[in-house]
Design a protein around this ligand. Structure first.
Ligand SMILES: Nc1nc2c(ncn2[C@@H]2O[C@H](COP(=O)(O)OP(=O)(O)OP(=O)(O)O)[C@@H](O)[C@H]2O)c(=O)[nH]1
Ligand SMILES: [Mg+2]
Length: 372
C-alpha cells in the first residue's frame, strides 16, 4: 500500500517524507522544486509490538509498514503534474499544508490551500470523465453495447458530482459500480489526510489554549483556528497537524535527551508517530501479529481480510495449505505474559477457519499442510 505526498511547493513535503521514512533527502528553501521523486518505506510505531517483543525476546522485531512517495510541489492550476503515475497509483493522499510563515510565499492560509488542492483533484477527474464520456457517446451511436451504456450512466453521475465540486470520495457507489470505475484511478476518490504543518511556536500555544498536549489527541483548537471543521467532517477525510521543524529536532535526539525534550513540549511521544498511525488507518489497514523466538511481527492487512488471505500475507504456501488459524486477542496474551499454555487452559485460544475475518491486534498462528 502506498501513500502519496501532495501539496504546494515548499509546504514541507520532503521534510515530512524524511520524518515518515527516516530518510535524509535534501530539503530546499529556494530552488524551483525540480521534478524529483523520492520513495521510501514508513514503519508504523506500535506499542503492542514493543510489548510483545518484551515478552518473547525474539531475534528480530518487524513493524507494519507502508510505502511513501514524495513528488515536487504542485502550484494551483498546474494539475497536469498530478497525472504522474505515482499519484495515480497511490492508495491514499497525504496533503502537506503550510501553516508556517514564509517570506517568499506570503501569509499562510491552510483553508485556502486545502480547498485549492481539492479543486485541482476534482478538475483533473472531471477532465478524465468528460474525455471518456465523449468517446462512449461516439461508440454507443455506432453500436449499442450494454456494458458501455452502464458505464455512461455511472460516469454521468460522477460528472454531476464533480461539477458541483464534490470529490468522488464523498460519492456513494455500489460495489459493482466502484469496480467499474476502479481502472480510472480517480484522484478525488482517494482517502486524504490534510496535514497542517504548523509554526513551531504553535505547540506551546496549544498548551496555553488547553490543547491536550499530553496525549496529543487532535489539538481541536487548530481545526477551529483555521476554519477546518467542515473539511474535517467530510467522508474519507482527516485533518491532522504537525510541526515538521520540531519533529526533525526530536528525531535528531535519542534516548533520555529525546524524552526530556518531549516532556518540555508536553508531548507523550513524537507527533510523527500519530501521523504514521493515521496514515496507516487512512490506507484502510489493520495489523495482526505473529510471535515466536525468531520474530515478533506486525502484518498489515486490509480491514475485512479472511484468515486464509491473512495467512497469504505471511507466505503463499501457508494460504494454500491452510488448515486452521489459532487466534487470540492481544490483551489476553499480554494478561498471561505470553503463555499460550495458559491461554489454552483458560479456553482463550480460538481455532478459526479460513472464512474467519481477522481483527486488528489479534495474534495468529497458522496451521497448514504443504502438499508435495
Ligand atoms: N519554519 C518552518 N519551515 C519549514 C517547516 N517545514 C519545512 N520548512 C522549510 O521549508 C522549506 C521547504 O521544505 P521542503 O520540505 O523542501 O518542502 P517541499 O514541499 O518538499 O518543497 P518542494 O519539493 O520544493 O515543493 C525548507 O527550507 C524547510 O526547512 C516548518 O514547519 N516550519
Ligand atoms: Mg520536496
Amino acid at each position: 500500500m502506498k501513500i502519496g505526498l501532495v501539496g504546494l511547493p515548499k509546504s514541507g513535503k520532503t521534510t515530512l517524507f524524511n520524518l515518515l521514512t527516516g530518510s535524509s533527502v535534501a530539503t530546499s528553501r529556494y530552488d524551483a522544486g525540480r521534478a524529483e521523486l523520492h520513495t521510501g518505506v514508513a514503519r508504523v510505531p506500535d506499542p503492542r509490538v514493543d510489548r510483545l517483543t518484551g515478552l518473547f525476546k525474539p531475534k528480530k522485531t518487524t513493524y507494519a509498514s507502508f510505502e511513501v512517495v514524495d513528488l515536487a510541489g504542485i502550484e494551483k492550476g498546474e494539475r497536469s503534474a498530478l497525472d504522474a503515475k505515482e499519484f495515480r497509483n497511490a492508495d491514499a493522499l497525504l496533503h502537506v499544508v503550510r501553516a508556517f510563515a514564509d517570506d517568499a510565499r506570503g501569509a499562510a492560509d491552510p483553508r485556502r490551500d486545502i480547498l485549492d488542492l481539492e479543486m485541482e483533484l476534482i478538475l483533473a477527474d472531471l477532465e478524465v470523465v468528460e474525455r471518456r464520456l465523449e468517446r462512449l457517446e461516439v461508440s454507443i451511436k455506432k453500436q449499442r453495447k450494454d456494458a458501455e451504456v452502464k458505464e455512461q450512466e455511472v460516469l454521468g453521475r460522477l460528472k454531476t458530482a464533480l461539477e458541483s465540486e464534490t470529490p468522488l470520495r464523498a460519492v456513494t457507489l455500489s460495489p459493482e459500480d466502484a469496480r467499474l470505475i476502479r481502472g480510472f484511478t480517480f484522484l478525488s476518490e482517494k482517502p486524504i489526510l490534510h496535514l497542517v504543518n504548523v509554526e513551531e511556536k504553535a505547540i506551546g500555544e496549544g498548551e496555553r489554549m488547553g490543547g491536550e498536549g499530553g496525549t496529543l489527541r487532535g489539538f481541536p483548537f487548530n481545526v477551529e483556528r483555521y476554519g477546518l471543521a467542515e473539511v474535517a467532517a467530510r467522508r474519507h477525510t482527516r485533518v491532522g497537524w504537525v510541526s515538521a521543524v520540531i519533529e526533525a529536532e526530536i528525531a535528531a535526539l535519542e534516548g533520555a535527551e529525546q524524552q526530556a525534550f518531549l516532556t518540555d513540549l508536553g508531548l507523550a511521544e513524537p507527533a510523527i508517530n500519530r501521523v504514521l498511525r493515521e496514515a496507516f488507518a487512512l490506507l484502510g489497514l489493520i495489523s495482526f501479529f505473529t510471535v515466536g523466538e525468531d520474530e515478533v511481527r506486525a502484518w498489515p492487512i486490509a480491514g475485512g481480510t479472511r484468515a486464509q488471505d491473512a495467512a497469504g500475507a505471511v507466505h503463499s504456501d501457508i494460504a494454500r495449505g491452510f488448515i486452521r488459524a489459532e487466534v487470540n486477542g492481544y490483551d489476553e496474551l499480554v494478561a498471561v505474559e505470553g503463555s499460550f499454555a495458559d491461554l489454552r487452559s483458560k479456553g482463550q485460544l480460538r481455532l478459526e477457519g479460513k472464512e474467519y475475518v481477522v481483527q486488528d491486534g489479534e495474534v495468529c498462528h497458522f496451521r497448514f499442510n504443504v502438499a508435495k
